[in-house]
Design a protein around this ligand. Structure first.
Ligand SMILES: [Zn+2]
Length: 273
């Protein structure tokens, strides 16, 4: 599932293909995504030019002329791929966009949990998807005090609290586990047990980790690819995620997996107490 570093990587890889390009034609081949694609709204974007490509949490915003915005979420398996028009269509290419340079942008999503919503810039704040988002991990408002305000009063396990998009927007299970490994906190720890100092370390580690992951173009386990269909490489640098049974990179311990709710958490029993 693409998390913030993967979505940021997709945005960066889309820009050379999309900035300044005008959309000529949009073909919605399969509208049944997580929310049904409103074909009438989407088709109104034909004739508009791409002015910027922006990431908000795990959403990709194509800002178009005349205040139009095309918002994408990659869901579990979505890809936005820039390609030549004569590249054969693949099964699960659900939206095909003709650009004025003769190339195409294709939204591909086997599991169809993604989103493609056409809206206006001034209506963005009203979208249910964006309205309740917490702070971005790179926003300076993500401080130890901000996070401590949530942890001190919460009985939730810290891994789950970090997954709450209304607190920090953009962390998923991979990076929540990795952040806790960086600061040597066990993912099953009840949030209220964490000291102010530990929480400050978590807050500081979040942007540091995500910055590193972006440098490696994100983590690719299965579906995730950037706009040029390239994989990320951060999976080779993970400390704990999906490494159960393997050796810790900093002590003789063996990484363990434990279920919290229906999602696995990973930690080193030697480093994270
Ligand atoms: Zn260790």
């Amino acid at each position: 599932m693409p998390e913030l570093p993967e979505v940021e990587t997709v945005c960066r890889s889309l820009r050379p293909h999309l900035l300044g390009r005008t959309i000529e034609r949009i073909d919605v081949r399969e509208p049944r995504l997580r929310v049904r694609v409103d074909e009438r709204q989407v088709k109104k974007l034909a004739g508009k030019r791409v002015e910027s490509v922006e990431r908000v949490a795990k959403y990709i915003l194509l800002n178009l002329t005349d205040n139009n915005v095309w918002l994408f979420h990659l869901g579990m398996s979505g890809k936005l791929i820039a390609t030549e028009r004569d590249t054969p269509h693949q099964k699960h290419d659900h939206i095909v966009v003709d650009l004025d340079d003769g190339r195409q942008l294709r939204y591909h999503d086997p599991r169809r949990f993604g989103l493609a919503i056409a809206t206006q810039a001034d209506a963005l704040g009203e979208l249910a998807q964006l309205r309740h988002l917490g702070v971005d991990p790179f926003d300076e408002r993500l401080s130890g005090e901000y996070l401590f305000g949530f942890t001190r009063a919460s009985d939730r396990r810290i891994r789950d609290l970090l997954l709450d998009q209304q607190i920090v927007a953009g962390l998923g299970n991979i990076y929540a586990n990795e952040v806790l490994a960086m600061v040597q906190v066990k993912p099953t720890t009840r949030s209220w047990r964490l000291t102010r100092k530990q929480v400050a370390m978590i807050a500081a580690a979040i942007p540091e980790l995500l910055h590193d992951a972006i440098q490696w173009c994100g983590t690719s386990f299965s579906d995730y690819r950037d706009a040029d269909d390239k994989s990320g490489e951060f999976q080779n640098h993970l400390r704990v995620y999906d490494r159960h049974g393997e050796s810790c990179r900093s002590c003789p311990g063996i990484i363990k997996r434990v279920a919290i709710g229906n999602r696995s958490a990973f930690y080193c029993p030697g480093c994270q107490k």
